[in-house]
Ligand binder design. Structure first.
Ligand code: HEC
Length: 260
């Protein structure tokens, strides 16, 4: 093979890969949101986190568990930062199974701040049966578990559309633009004014999708703000250190240079 032919072939090869890659990513193009927590100095929007918890509690929690979270996490710094009283009241609004007591019987009691989020189903199989064969994944770290993270969750919630005419959907399956294969066994969970926000915010589907995604992002990465803060400190430290090293080097070598 002469050099010219080889060059042409290689260019064609890389072009083909590039075009295929573009076509693939275009079919998966997610909606993008200007999240307050994105970027190097990003922080969670406190009121969005609190509203997001309200959406999780009133809508998603009837099917999705969040078993790695405890009610007290809702009051911790860097999270929704509910007050101590609010956290206690939230926990106490749940009936938690406990025991066995001195007679060997299980009993229920009002939740405490230290309890884990109550699971909507007694076990995974019960949740699969209740959802006609589909498992509603635990949401504690779901944002981390899906490529595209927060943008994916938001897109999925906004991605329910009329199916194309020739698209075949089985019973209990819904069309979603962003789900793998465009088929999802979760019906559209959000509709306008489904919740009544306690802070008076207008509960559009878009607003609720953003708020609940913010809440789920915090749940999956509760130390994001602390990490960003440390990052900034490290950068400032490195700049100071570099400046110091530069000037001490200049001073040290000035004598050598002078002696030359
Ligand atoms: C009626 C029960 C139900 C409710 C309510 C519900 N979901 Fe789901 N959800 C499911 C089921 C079932 C699946 C699994 C779907 C599948 O595998 O096809 C699922 C899957 C998901 C997935 C994962 C999709 C994927 O990539 O695998 C996300 C994200 C999700 N739900 C978000 C939410 C959010 C956010 C809410 C609340 C606003 C919510 N769901 C409310 C039942 C529910």
């Amino acid at each position: 093979m002469n050099k010219n032919k080889f060059l042409k072939l290689s260019i064609a090869f890389f072009l083909a890969i590039f075009i295929c890659g573009k076509a693939y990513s275009a079919s998966k193009e997610l909606l993008k949101v200007d999240w307050s927590f994105a970027g190097f100095t990003g922080k969670f929007d406190r009121s969005s986190l609190q509203r997001g918890y309200q959406v999780y509690k009133e809508v998603c929690s009837s099917c999705h568990s969040m078993k790695y979270l405890s009610y007290r996490n809702l009051g911790e710094k860097g999270g929704p930062e509910f007050s101590l009283e609010e956290v206690k009241a939230i926990a106490a609004s749940y009936e938690i199974e406990d025991g066995p007591n001195s007679e060997g019987k299980m009993f229920t009691r009002p939740g405490r701040s230290s309890d884990h989020f109550k699971n909507p189903y007694p076990n995974d199989n019960a949740s699969i049966t209740a959802n006609s064969g589909a498992y509603p994944p635990d949401m504690s770290v779901l944002v981390k578990a899906r490529p595209g993270g927060s943008n994916y969750i938001y897109s999925l919630l906004m991605g329910y559309e009329e199916k194309p005419v020739d698209f075949i959907l089985e019973e209990g399956v819904h069309y979603n633009k962003y789900m793998d294969g465009n088929k999802i066994k979760m019906m559209k969970p959000l509709s306008d004014n489904l919740v009544e926000y306690s802070d008076g915010t207008n509960a559009t589907v878009d607003q609720m999708a953003k708020d609940v995604t913010t809440f789920l992002t915090w749940a999956a990465e509760p130390h994001l703000e602390a990490r960003h803060k440390t990052g900034i400190k490290v950068v400032i430290y490195l700049i100071l250190l570099a400046t110091l090293v530069y000037f001490s080097m200049k001073k040290l070598w000035s004598r050598v240079d002078a002696e030359k």
